[in-house]
Design a protein around this ligand. Structure first.
Ligand code: NAD
Ligand code: UDP
Length: 337
């Protein structure tokens, strides 16, 4: 509540993987939510259950087109900007749109924050560090990003979005927060999004070949979605002086090959592993330094990789059971093999 009024939040990208969890957490906190999404990588069915909630409104719109603001209420307290495809395969499918989403879309949302006097949170990314030469990555590291490669539409877009947000802050135009998210996974990822966790769990459950790009020695640090959402909520609520960008992720680092071993063990799958070409500019290693988040917000992830993967495997298994094609028989349904 703010001055006796229910708080209101806009979640751009709210029909995506992280956005849907955030909308749910906000509703659970008694916040009214306007979810703005163009359904590029998000899906309406992801938020279908939330649409039963009286505090939830879905607005189908592209944040690049400034007109979406007219569909939002006059009073808004918080704006979370999660709009942007996050999977390399998906953000490279339409690189121009990806870049404009981060630059023009973020400017439109910052202007909305300025007009409505709302606090603004940008979901930036560990990709601002590119293929890092400093390990683990601290917020003060300026990164090693290619501005000409296939990942640039995403990496440079997010870097520009951070610049814009901090320019609005310096000019006193908006109260802003920036979080740099490291690889996050969990239920509600799309099985076809092309990211490593969704790919290998889907492949393991299907019994099809597990695709490792390169030799599998590249590292990532995987954070479970519930931990990350807790961090986003804490950062939005943070009342101290402008903290600058804050890393959020799980510092437990492992190679892609080790991740595959864990998934094979958890699923009991007998899938074979095949090696494919490593994509251009694929970062060799990545691990967050999360001291700033700990000190400012008292935040740290609590879910182990095994616990998080188990939940994610359970969710993908359930999804497969629900969406498997069925043939209607004599009074009973027969699953098609
Ligand atoms: P996602 O692709 O599942 O969700 C992104 C959502 O934004 C989708 O619903 C999509 O339809 C929507 N969207 C894209 N462009 C839009 C536009 N122009 N206008 C309106 N809606 C638009 O991805 P996610 O994993 O949920 O990521 C959410 C945010 O967090 C992204 O901004 C991403 O860059 C950031 N992030 C995520 C991770 C991660 O590991 N999941 C890591 C770093 C940063
Ligand atoms: N990867 C892989 N097999 C896959 C998908 C991805 O080996 O089927 C690798 C990818 O090359 C990268 C890591 O897994 O090194 C993480 O990829 P993802 O697309 O999930 O996220 P990124 O961190 O690269 O943005």
């Amino acid at each position: 509540m703010k001055n006796g009024q229910t708080k209101r939040a806009v979640v751009a990208g709210g029909a995506g993987f992280l956005g849907s969890h955030l909308c749910e957490a906000l509703l659970g906190d008694g916040v009214q939510v306007w979810c703005v999404d163009n359904l590029q990588t998000g899906q309406r069915r992801t938020v279908r259950r939330l649409e039963q909630h009286p505090g939830f409104t879905f607005v189908e719109a592209d944040v690049i087109e400034a007109g979406f603001a007219a569909m939002l209420p006059r009073r808004v307290d918080m704006i979370f900007n999660l709009a942007c495809a996050a999977s390399p395969v998906q953000y490279q499918a339409d690189p121009e749109h990806t870049l404009l989403t981060s630059v023009v879309g973020t400017r439109n949302l910052l202007r909305l924050a300025e007009q409505r006097g709302a606090r603004f949170l940008l979901t930036s990314t560990s990709e601002v560090y590119g293929d890092p030469e400093v390990h683990p990555q601290t917020e003060s590291y300026r990164g090693n990003v290619s501005c000409t490669g296939p990942r640039a539409c995403y990496d440079e877009g997010k870097r520009a979005a951070e610049s814009l947000a901090l320019d609005f802050h310096r000019a006193g135009r908006a109260d802003i927060r920036i979080v740099r998210i490291f690889n996050t996974y969990g239920p509600r990822m799309r099985s076809d999004d092309g990211r490593v966790v969704s790919n290998i769990i889907t492949q393991a459950l299907d019994g099809s070949d597990i695709t490792i790009y390169g030799d599998g020695s590249q590292t990532r640090s995987f954070c479970y979605v519930d931990d990350l959402i807790d961090g986003l909520m804490r950062l939005m609520r943070y009342e101290g002086v402008q903290p600058g960008p804050v890393n959020m992720g799980n510092p437990a680092e492992l190679t892609v090959a080790e991740l595959v071993e864990q998934v094979l063990a958890l699923t009991g799958s007998r899938s074979s592993v095949v090696h494919m070409a490593l994509p251009e500019d694929d970062p060799r290693r990545r691990r967050p330094d999360i001291h700033r988040a700990r000190e400012l917000l008292g935040w740290a992830p609590h879910t182990t990789l095994t616990e998080g993967l188990r939940e994610t495997v359970r969710w993908f298994s359930q999804l497969r059971a629900e969406t498997a094609p069925r043939v209607l028989g004599n009074g009973s349904d027969h699953l098609v093999a």
